[in-house]
Design a binder for this molecule. Structure first.
Ligand code: NAD
Length: 237
């Protein structure tokens, strides 16, 4: 079995995608022909969709909240939390996922570049921070308003919007000597470029997933397999 050695001076940057939560029962896009839980992205996951039909967008994300609350972290989430516990500040996790399975497994040094299902924020981008919101809405009338009067929208980066925390992410990639990418198809940008940025800095780059991603040629190792089966035995620290 492949082992990735982590030396005392290594700094590890991990990027995860929908594939890491697949074994927890949360579907990826790829698994369903580019649909997310039966919906096309254009209908539920774009600024235009929000303007056109906020009720449908909230209905969709309410469904994702219900599914997310029922799901449990799998051995892949746990393996990354355990790696963080050993490496401390030499570890950083960036997830494209909007579920909270990484934090529930114990990860702390992480950012959600595409937002979080368990939060909402003002649709007017008025500057107030996101608020905790785990409600499953049955109609738009139940959705609260911000102090400025704007309607609350899911704290999700819709397709076409700028991902969150990019400065911190770029800074961590600059410092990393090892990048590990798990369960992402390599088709959503800018995340699909992270491996190129890391390679330019001379880092080793490892991909873990059941099939090679679209950007496979940028990896120094591709470990084919399910995240929950590969990650628990992958690292030699
Ligand atoms: P994607 O659906 O495009 O690709 C999923 C990838 O996971 C594929 O490459 C597939 O081979 C791989 N995969 C499937 N099962 C796996 C397993 N058991 N172990 C490891 N890998 C596995 O997903 P993406 O590249 O992350 O891009 C999709 C976007 O969709 C992201 O922005 C994300 O926010 C959003 N999304 C999030 C969730 C979630 O939060 N759980 C779920 C679906 C989509």
């Amino acid at each position: 079995m492949t082992k990735i050695s982590i030396a005392p001076d290594d700094r590890v940057f991990v990027l995860t995608g929908a594939g890491i939560s697949a074994e927890s029962g949360l579907p990826t896009f790829r698994a369903s022909d580019g649909l997310w839980a039966g919906h096309s992205i254009e209908d539920v996951c774009t600024p235009e969709a929000w303007k056109r039909n906020p009720a449908l967008v909230w209905e969709f994300y309410s469904g994702r909240r219900s599914d997310g609350a029922k799901a449990e972290p799998n051995p892949a989430h746990v393996a990354l939390a355990e790696l963080e516990a050993r490496l401390g500040e030499r570890f950083f996790l960036c997830t494209q996922n909007v579920d909270d399975l990484h934090e529930r497994a114990g990860s702390v040094r992480l950012v959600h570049m595409h937002g979080e299902l368990t939060k909402a924020r003002c649709e007017r981008e008025c500057g107030r921070p996101p608020v905790e919101d785990r409600k499953v809405y049955k109609s738009l009338d139940e959705v609260g308003r911000c102090a400025c009067g704007g309607r609350l929208r899911p704290h999700i980066v819709f397709f076409g919007e700028i991902p969150l925390e990019m400065e911190r992410i770029q800074d961590e990639i600059q410092k990393a000597t090892l990048m590990v990418v798990v369960g992402t198809s390599g088709s959503v940008y800018p995340a699909a470029n992270f491996v190129h940025w890391a390679r330019q800095r001379g880092a080793r780059t490892v991909y873990v997933g059941p099939e090679a991603p679209l950007n496979a040629s940028a990896f120094t190792h591709v470990v084919e397999g399910k995240a929950g089966e590969v990650l628990p035995g992958l690292f030699a620290v």
